[in-house]
Design a protein around this ligand. Sequence first.
Ligand code: IMP
Ligand code: MG
Length: 172
Amino acid sequence: MNNIDILISEEAIQNRVKELGEQITEDYKGSDLVIITVLKGGFVFTADLVRRIDLPLTIDLMAASSYGAGTESCGEVRILKDINIDIKGKDVLIAEDILDTGNTLSMLKKLFEDRGAKSVKICVALDKPERRTANVEADYIGFVVPNKFLIGYGLDYDEKYRNLPFVGVVNC
Ligand code: IMP
Ligand code: MG
């Protein structure tokens, strides 16, 4: 695809991720932190973020798929792969590529709270507030983005472009 405009440069992302990592390091000092990433999109951001957090944390992976608005199963989220560790009494931080409608993250937050986590917070690389339908907000946000279809830095278009080091907008 050659009609991609860069919305957030690699340098801007890396600078912001460093700031987020420093903030999280400060906020979670002395706590039993578990970072849970949401596959597939969250893996790029999480890999960068955890290397900027100077704490003895634990990492686990979750895979979920949400049905888009307008479908019969709107709001339903399926767990495709669960975490392996016990999060009871732990401070959970969910790391995700983007907070969009919020269906996925509101479901995961409730799930981890029900499993007895001491706290559950959300860290997203991108926040698209105009699209929100679920009652959920992120505690740490890299960038607030406009309501456009984005690719790169974990985000895909038909499973491609997740590996772009920047966030781009597709111009059709
Ligand atoms: P939701 O918040 O439950 O609606 O779902 C969020 C998921 O939708 C993200 O984890 C992404 O995988 C996907 N998503 C949302 N916005 C975009 C976009 O602009 N480009 C690519 N994927 C997106
Ligand atoms: Mg996705």
